[in-house]
Every structure is written in C-alpha cells, then in structure tokens.
Write a protein of this length. Structure first.
Lengths: 833, 104
C-alpha cells in the first residue's frame, strides 16, 4: 500500500479532474467514455437515471429544473435544489459528491480511492471548506485534505521546471470556461500562502464563442445573402436556423482554439436562404478581428488583477511571475496584454487546463495517509458487498440484427438503497446511475457489426462499488442471421510474386469471419498490359488455405480485363481499386476500377455457378508441368525412385490435360473445363506433396538462418525505428506458416532478408561493399554497358562525398540493368502486384 | 503520423464525405473511400450516426438538442463523426461525435 495520498482532485465550478502522482510523475486520468480529461461538473436527474458530466450538460438548457451546474458557488449555503423528477431536494454537497464519485470511475487501474487532496477556491470560508470535505466523505473518501486552487497551480509550475523556485510573490491568473479568479500567493521559507484574491463567477471563455457568432459571423453572413431574421432564427428554440446555431457554437469554439496558434481561422457551413437555396458559406476570421472583439472582456480581468496589486501596495518588480491557469489563457492576446499592461513576466509552461489537478497530485504525494484506517475501510467495503447478499440473473438476446436490444435482470438479496450502472466497454453507452430494483430493465444501444460487450456494476447507497460478480453481457450485432454463417476457408486474391516469377495468395477474409463481409483494397499493376494485345489482367478470388499454392485452391470468382477491351495501355505501377463483397448467401461481388482508364468492371458470382477461365487454366497447367519436370530431376538426383514414378504419372496426366485444353473452345458449354479445373487442383496438391518433406526442410532451414541473422542485426539496432515491430509482424503465426506451402515460407524468408537489408544499409561501409560487388562486374555484364560505366563513376564520386543515399540509388540502378539474374520457371502472373 | 493528426484527417475525410454526398461525384467518392481505407489501416474507424435514434444513454455522441426535448429524438446532423479504434479485436471510442438532435 502507498504511504502517501497521491490522488489530487480539482473539483471545479465548470469542470473537474482527477490526477495521481507516482514516483514524481503525474498522470491525469481520462474519462473511459471518450477519453477526455475533464468531467463537466453537471448533474442531471432524468426520470430514474442520474447523469453526471457530458451527458448531463446536454440537458442544461432544455431541462433546467432537473439539471444542475455551477453548484460549487452554493457550497456551504443552506440552499438546496428541488428536483421535480425525484420529488426531492438535493444539496450542493450531495451534487458535488456525485461528481466526485464519477471521477472515481476514471481510475482505470481499479485501485480504491480512499484518500485525496481536493482543491477549493481561495475565496472559500470555513463553512464552504467543510462542505467540500463532507462531499468527499459522502463520495466514500475516508480522508480529505483541502488545498487552495492558486496554491495548487503554483505547485504545478514549481514542480515543472528544473530551476528551484525562490521565495517571493506570485500572481495566479485563472481564466476558465465560465469563471475568472486572480490570486496573490506568497512563498516564504518553503510555505505557500494565498494573500489576496479577486474574481468574477460569470466571466469566461464561453463568452468569446458567443461574441464570435454575434459580432463576426452574423454580420458577415448578412452580407453574403438574403436570410430571414438571422439573430432570432438562430437563437430561438423554434427558429429556422436553431440547428445551425449549435453547429456555429461548436465551430466558433474551434476557430477560437485555432486562433491561439494561427493568424486566421476558417469557418465553413451550409445555410438555406430565403429562396430555399442551400448556400455554401466560407468565412475567414483573422486574429486581429478576434482580438478587437475580446479585448474589452480581457481588459476586465486585467482590472481585477491591477486592483489586487494596488490593494497590496505592490509594484511590478515585487512580483516574480504571473502564472496562467484555465483554458482561456491559451489566447495570445491575454498573455500579450498582461505583460504590456502589468510589465510582469508571464509563465505559461504548464497545461492550464490540468494545472490545478496536477498541483494537487504533487501535494498529495507529499502527504502521508492514515494507513490503519484505509485498511479498515478496504475490509469494510468487501464485507459490505457480501453483506447485501446480492445475486444477479441476466436475460438478453445474444445475437441481434437490431440497433437496440432489450436487457433485463432479476436481483435477489437486500437491494434496497443500492444502485446499478451498465456501460458498454467501448465507451459508447452508459445507462447512468439508477436505483436497483428486484427486476431491472434497460434498452442497450448496439454498435453495428461487432461484438458489443457491456458491464453491469452494482453500488451501495454511497455509490461505492459492491463486490458482486456479474458475467459480462455480450451481444453480437448484425453478424448472425438465419442465412448468415462463418466462412469455412480463407478467401484470398491471387497476386504476382515478381521476384520468384510465380504467384501467391493474399488474404482477403480470414476463415471463420462472419458473413456478410466486405473489403476494399487497392492493388498495383505488376506489368504493363498493352491495349489491343492478347495479354490480360486477372482478378482471381480463391477459397482454401492462405498458406497453400494458388493452384490448389478453389477459384470462386474471376474477372478478366483483356488487352483487347481496354481503352488505353494499363501501365505497370498504376492502381486498380478492388471491392470484394460476400453476402450471407455466399454470393461474391467483385468490383474493379482501373484508375488509369476510368473503366469499371463488376461481376457477381454465385456459389451454384462455377467460373473457369480456360486460358488461365492452360497457363496454370503449363506452369505445373514445368514445375513437375524440375522436381522430377531433383527426385532422380536424390534417388527417390518411388516418388519419381508417382510424379511421372502426374506429368503424363498434365500433358493430357494440356492437349484437351488446347482444343477446348473458349465458349465451351460442356462440363469439361470444370473437370479439368478440378483435376488441376488435385494434381497441384499432389506435386506439392511429392518430395515436399525434403524441400520444406531446406526452406525451413533457410528461414531459421535468416531469422537468426535478423535477430543479430536487431540487437545492433535496438531502439531504432520500428525494426523490432516489423520483425514481430513477420514471424507472427510462425507455427502455422512453417507448415504451409513452400511459397509462403519463401516469402517470409524474403521479408526477413528485406528487413536485414534495411538495417544493413544504414551502415555506409556496408553499402560501399555492395557497390564494389557490382562495380567489379564487367560493363558488358549489364544490358546497357554505357550506363553501367557511368553509374560506376558516379558511385566512386558518391563514396568520396560519403553520400549513402546516392550510393544506394546507384546500386539499385546497377542491379536493374544486370543481365544475369537468377531465373526460374516463370508463371505468367495475374498482372496484380 | 501521431494519433491526433490521424484524428484530424479522419474529421476532414468526414467533411469531404458530407460534401460528396450532396454533389454526387463518384470520382471523388472513390478517392474518399480510399482515404477511409487508409484510416482503417491506421486503426481509425469513422462512424456516422445521422438518422439514428438518440437516447441519453448514448455516450458515443455529444448532443446539442435543438427544439424541445421529447421521448422520440433523432440525430439530424453530425458535425464531427464518432471515431473508434481497435485493440485486441475490441472497439474503443476515441472521439465522441458532435451531433445535433431534434424531435421528429
């Protein structure tokens, strides 16, 4: 257990935050729903549901009698708020405790929050301070230590810099979204103390947003067209442009943020004019316009600041720095005017939004907690959970095609005065806090086409989590239906392996993926298809194992783009956009868009209709024949006569197939092409199997060798770039692909080689070595001797200048014009790279 | 590119999508689809909830309620899309959508 409190809470008028200091580093926790650090200090009572934060804020204007904000201003008063939806009153202390309880949910580690530092405004008197402490206790905290906000802010700045902060006087200028405060802080002998403060509870950055709409957007808009009464239309609830008003509020805030860093900001939106025409409006707001607009508001804050200085009979030289806190202080004009008019250095080195929470956390790390009491509380909390003897039985539909699903649960045990809450684990749903009943019901909103996981949690009367285990609620949306099913095999596209002069399978949809499913990819042409030629581009979709050879997988859809049909040459390197969709009933829809010609091809293949391209079948048969003959030579050399005899029989059958295919008309209406296609797949599998053990052993040995080399260079380049990540990506699923086809293992070998090369080429001496290898070859070993000679000369010059990049480029060019590169039996590929 | 820049790009692609939907330009639509694919490859999934029913339990959006509050409210306009990322096969909300909500 930690010996210090560590947790700091900024319980703000507008927003609240929670932070923790561990080993000198502060982390500001984020809301699990939406990952924002700030929680609006707003509580809403919507029928049976309690909303805290962003959701409650949405209803501030629309349901003001049930939604409460800025209640911090009423802390310590006898005022309480009547809640019509509850038929009961709530005090500011109770509302504050709800905000604190919500902040507890931000602690993702799940550790119990039993002690915390909570900040209070410098203006809070003893009664208000005690009320804040009470809110902490009501939220389940055992120990609450208060800290004044300006002191917390100074601590955040003091702990940020490396320079030691000396004794002196500081001004903390806190300009938030809805409030302004300025405080004079004395630091003496290591002690900080707030000497004086001033403020306005109704002055903040939100005023800037409204000024942008009223004085910059509306006048500009009026000049651009004819609109019905813009001002009323925007601000009246039933106004024609009321929806636009909310959009403009958001865009005005965005522009305000942008103007903190840029000299101008653009606002773009659409609006319907009096004639019913939709107009695109594009407005530019300059920083000068904006500064003129907000200057009067900023001047007011400076007046407060000057008043403090004068009241305390201080001069500019008496004050070390003005420390900036609050989101509005991002505005450059504020910093500029403060310095110009007060002549005191301005310090804006800490994030002004989180400064108070961060400072509170630093302070918390220096305060010891009462260990015995915390242990007692933890024990008590668990005992409390079991004391209620709660049992939960849930009922819901596990698969759904709806966007909402009904959920109910039966609760047994002492559930009175307890609460529950259901949240979706991705952060997109929150039931809010609701009273527990014997039977609870909820409509759960589902995210489409995914597994939605919800968590049901139970709380005691203080809304502290109870130790009751409820199994996660899991609902699959949109993936299962009466026609739907998982894919029985991988679905792949055949692409060219130009290096090995063959083709391989690239995974489109993984086995067991749930139908319907859709994917769009962009492929690059691996060779030029000349207009009018007999060449063709093949988009070949196959079903089977992604690790097998394409020839042994089942073709389920193919689009042929013939040279005769294209409007212009399809240039190597240009893009083809592919969209592949498989419906629940297994129809396969392929759409191909050739960017260079703008031609689009689309075809739907149904499982009952098989599509066989005879010219492609002939090519594949031819390739298999050459491959079988090459393997035969190896088997004879290895004196594996039994395998050789079997392979000879396959060769004979392939030769027969080839003859039959040659005489088969392209528009043959018989079953012959299907029979031949089946036969080809079977023979391909047999070739793959014969002598496979020896070949796979060899290629596996090569793989392990290359893997070892990669690991060696990874150690040399530890921490550089993302080599380790690439390496992990290559070797993932190693067990699976090492039992797959040789081609797959070979590709993995190449990926490892590429990785090693990328690491090696960072070493200049190594590149020089590679260049020397090519430079030593005779000029006539290259298909363009003159160019080779020239490249060699340029390489020598690059070595003299130690220009690694240039030398690499020259090595690449030499490789490409080298005549004698290893060649194998090539398979004329698909044309897709 | 860091996460914040990707998110900015996701919002721009969403704005582009709104314009294309109005102008019905298939050529630009194609490029936009490719941009969405790139975003998905980078782990950013855009979600447009326009037309969906709104409930106060929806924490995937920040709603601006136009007109009166009623039991039957719908998302009528989306200023910023919902953006999800994926970790270990599970989606995680990265950016709440900014939406306008009103009764039918």
């Amino acid at each position: 257990m930690s010996a210090t409190i560590n947790f700091g809470i900024d319980l703000g008028t507008t927003n609240s935050l929670i932070a923790k200091c561990t080993n000198g580093a502060v982390e500001v926790f984020k809301n699990p729903a939406g990952h924002k650090e700030t929680l609006p200090s707003v509580v809403g009572f919507r029928k049976e549901r309690i909303l805290v934060g962003d959701k409650a804020r949405e209803y501030i204007e629309k349901d003001p009698s049930n939604v409460f904000s800025s209640f911090k201003r009423k802390m310590g008063t006898s005022e309480s708020f009547f809640v019509p939806n509850l038929g009961d009153f709530k005090t500011p202390v109770q509302l504050s405790s709800m905000v604190l309880k919500e902040l507890k949910n931000f602690i993702y580690s799940g550790e119990a929050l039993t002690s915390a530092i909570i900040t209070i405004p410098a203006s809070f008197d003893t009664v208000q301070s005690n009320a804040t402490k009470q809110a902490g206790y009501d939220a389940g905290l055992y120990e609450v230590i208060l800290l004044q906000e300006p002191v917390a802010a100074c601590l955040a700045f003091a702990n940020k810099g490396t320079e030691k902060i000396s004794d002196g006087k500081w001004l903390v200028y806190d300009f938030g979204g809805g409030t302004f405060d300025v405080a004079l802080v004395y630091l003496q002998g290591g002690e900080m103390q707030v000497a004086d403060h001033e403020g306005n509870n109704y002055l903040g950055g939100l005023d800037f947003d409204n000024l942008i709409i009223d004085q910059l957007i509306i006048p500009q808009l009026a000049q651009k067209g004819t609109f019905d009464d813009l001002h009323t239309g925007l601000k009246s609830a039933s106004g024609k442009y009321n929806k636009l008003y909310y959009e403009l509020l958001y865009k005005a805030e965005e522009a305000k943020i942008m103007l903190s860093n840029a000299n101008s900001a653009d606002i773009e939106f659409e609006i319907e004019d009096v004639h019913g025409d939709v107009q695109d409006i594009f407005l530019t707001i300059t920083r000068d316009d904006y500064n003129k607009l907000i200057q009067p508001v900023v001047e007011q804050t400076i007046s407060f600041t000057k008043a403090i200085i004068e009241r305390n009979k201080l001069g500019a030289a008496d004050i070390q720095e003005i420390v900036l806190v609050g989101g509005s202080t991002y505005t450059p004009l504020i910093r500029q005017l403060l310095f110009q008019q007060l002549n005191i250095p301005v310090n804006a080195t800490v994030d002004p939004t989180t400064a108070v929470a961060v400072g509170a956390a630093y302070f918390a790390a220096s305060k010891a907690i009462t260990v015995e009491k915390t242990v007692a509380l933890a024990t008590e909390a668990v005992a409390q959970g079991s004391a209620y003897n709660l049992q939960v039985r849930t009922a819901y539909q596990k698969n759904s095609n709806e966007r909402e699903e009904y959920f109910s649960a039966l609760i047994k045990g002492d559930w009175a005065n307890c609460y529950y809450r259901i949240t979706r684990d991705d952060g997109g749903f929150d039931s809010g806090i609701k009273p527990l009943k014997e039977r609870i019901e909820e409509i759960l909103t589902l995210l489409p086409d995914t597994l939605n996981q919800f968590t049901l949690r139970l709380f005691d009367d203080k809304q502290s989590a109870l130790d009751v285990t409820v199994a996660p609620i899991q609902i699959m949306q949109g993936k299962f239906s009466i026609y739907g099913q998982p894919l029985p095999s991988d679905i792949c596209i055949e692409v060219d392996d130009t290096y090995n002069k063959t083709t391989y399978l690239e995974l489109l949809f993984e086995k067991n993926a749930i139908l319907p499913i859709k994917k769009s990819i962009t492929k690059t042409l691996s060779r030029t298809i000349v207009k009018g030629s007999d060449d063709q581009l093949l988009i070949n979709i196959l079903e089977g194992s992604r690790y097998a050879t394409p020839q042994s997988n089942l073709p389920i859809g193919v689009i042929v783009i013939a040279g005769k049909d294209i409007q212009a040459d399809l240039i190597k390197g240009s893009d083809v956009d592919l969209s592949i969709e498989i419906t629940e009933s297994r129809d396969i829809k392929i759409n191909a868009y050739v960017n260079i010609t703008g031609q689009e091809y689309e075809q739907v293949f149904t499982p009952t209709v098989r599509n066989v391209n005879t010219s492609r079948l002939l090519e594949e048969t031819d390739y298999l024949l050459r491959l079988a003959n090459r393997n035969q030579t190896k088997l004879v050399e290895a004196e594996d006569y039994e395998a050789s005899q079997n392979l000879q029989s396959i060769i004979t059958r392939l030769e027969e197939m080839k003859k039959r295919l040659r005489y088969l008309p392209a528009d043959d209406v018989t079953d012959e092409k299907y029979q031949l296609e089946d036969q080809k797949r079977k023979l391909s599998l047999q070739i793959d199997m014969l002598g496979k053990d020896n070949r796979v052993r060899e290629i596996r040995e090569e793989y392990y060798g290359r893997k070892e080399a990669a690991e060696y260079y990874l150690r040399e380049h530890a921490g550089k770039e993302d080599y380790a990540k690439r390496f992990q990506h290559i070797i993932s699923n190693e067990g699976e692909f090492l039992n797959g086809s040789e081609a797959t293992i070979r590709r993995k070998c190449e990926e490892l080689s590429q990785l090693v090369w990328d690491m090696k080429k960072r070493n200049f001496d190594y590149i020089v070595g590679v260049f020397t290898y090519y430079a030593m070859k005779e000029d006539h070993a290259y298909n363009n001797p003159a160019k080779a000679k020239q490249l060699k000369e340029r390489g020598d010059a690059a070595i003299t200048r130690r220009s690694g990049e240039e030398l690499l480029s020259i090595v690449s060019q030499l490789y490409h014009i080298l005549i004698d590169k290893d060649t194998d039996e090539p398979l004329k590929g698909t044309g897709l790279g | 590119m860091n996460g914040q820049l990707w998110l900015k790009m996701a919002n721009l692609v969403f704005d582009l999508n709104k314009k294309i939907a109005r102008d019905n330009n298939t050529q630009v639509e194609r490029i936009k689809t490719k941009m969405e694919q790139v975003l998905e490859e980078a782990g950013f999934f855009l979600y447009n909830p326009t037309g969906e029913k709104y409930a106060e339990t929806r924490t995937d959006v920040e709603a601006n309620i136009s007109g009166e509050v009623s039991a039957d409210m719908y998302i009528t306009d989306v200023i910023k899309p919902v953006v999800y990322t994926e970790e270990n096969g599970m989606k995680i909300l990265l950016q709440k959508g900014i939406v306008i909500v009103s009764g039918k």
